[in-house]
Design a protein around this ligand. Sequence first.
Ligand SMILES: [Zn+2]
Length: 215
Amino acid sequence: MKNKILLPTMLFSVFSVLVLSEGFTAYAKGKPSPVVPTPIPNSICIDPGHGGSEPGAINGDLIEKNVNLEVAKMLRDKLLDSGSYTVFMTRDTDVYLTNADRYNFCNLMNAEILISIHHNGSEDPGINYSTAFYMKRSDVALAQEVVNTVSSTLGLTNKGISRFASGVLLKSVMPATISEGFFLTSSAEYENIANSDRLEQEADALFVAITNYLK
Ligand SMILES: [Zn+2]
């Protein structure tokens, strides 16, 4: 979170908080609460972070929007191949999406959970750890499962979960988390991605986390 790259997201989040509190005020004045439909069992809305004109973190030829999408597609294929899950993707190409595009889509699909895939960034190429964000109380168990499984699978320090007022987490009606599996700006990860199946390992970890959470 303590980097320039996430700043636009944080500004957007402040806006989202304002909009949401107006919504709460409206409900307090007597308007009925929205009815949340029953989610499709074992369905996952995968949200590859950034896209199009928004690259996210960059490390040489590694661009976060592409890495996020690559991991997301591998995760999608693992979930579909298992025959046990329904999968929705907020994007499967290099397109720009607003936070509203992302949570509106996942809400409309009635997904049971939402996983937003990101990779962290820092000015310091030596910094590398796993973390996950939550916002709603209902996000906590999912975020915890994701960061525990990803950090242990990738052999990284587990920084645990932090509360983060992302629009995607705030406005999604289902348990949701933002996974920051590792630092894309880490020189060690640059080597890992070039010389191993690092992204496949991460997709495997996310698959296991989802399986554990939904069982
Ligand atoms: Zn990101």
